[in-house]
Design a protein around this ligand. Structure first.
Ligand code: VGL
Ligand code: ZN
Length: 202
């Protein structure tokens, strides 16, 4: 068992990001058993849950004529337009049924403001609105983070980069994460994590 100052953060292990879901990540369900096993090593565990209102501006459907996976500009910068996914209270927003959420102490919901997307567990896509997770971790004297989940090149990578910028020691379990890979995003975000000093394992 690891010290309580080392936390596991499982990112968005939700039905909509698994095969059959609205924004399915290839092989997203394959990581579930390994994450359940990994969680038995940790005393401090946080989960994130993508949690959008139906009118969320990250949905292509809420932009007349916009194609899914195209890019638009938001006041805070470029934003990919996604299929409708993880709508609050829908089955697809639920955690994968094989994922044992019982050991987690906190479930952090993100992406609930209609006009701001939130990839990172720490800051929304405007890069200034905090989610509160940093304070939760600091209050527990957490200094080391292990991240796994979906998707490697979006929510996992943004969380890892922010965590490094906040001074945490960060490991990403690539073997227990899966990527969307939009226009080479898996390679570019993996390189950004490596350059930022994120330990990439698996
Ligand atoms: C995610 C796209 C949109 C993720 C969430 O969890 O990586 N990606 N919303
Ligand atoms: Zn989302």
């Amino acid at each position: 068992m690891r010290d309580a100052t080392e936390a596991l953060i499982v990112i968005d292990l939700q039905k909509d990001f698994c095969p059959g879901g609205a924004l399915a990540v290839a092989g997203g369900d394959q990581i579930v058993p390994g994450i359940n096993v990994l969680a038995t090593e940790f005393q401090t565990i946080a989960l994130t849950q993508d949690w959008h209102p139906a009118n969320h501006l990250s949905f292509a459907a809420n932009h007349a004529g916009a194609a899914e996976y195209s890019e638009t500009r938001m006041p805070y910068g470029p934003q990919t337009l996604w299929p409708v996914h993880c709508v609050q209270g829908t089955p697809g927003a639920g955690f994968h049924e094989g994922f044992d959420t019982r050991p987690a102490q906190v479930i952090l919901r993100k992406g609930f403001r209609p006009e701001i997307d939130s990839y990172s567990a720490f800051f929304e896509n405007d890069r200034v609105t905090g989610t509160g997770l940093e304070g939760w971790l600091r209050a527990r004297d957490v200094t080391g983070l292990t991240l796994a989940g979906l998707a490697t090149d979006f929510c996992v990578a943004f969380s890892a980069l922010d965590a490094r910028a906040l001074g945490f020691d960060v490991t990403v379990r690539l073997d227990l994460s899966r990527g969307i890979d939009l226009g080479g995003s898996l390679a570019s975000m993996t390189e950004r994590m490596r350059a930022a000093g994120v330990r990439l394992e698996g």
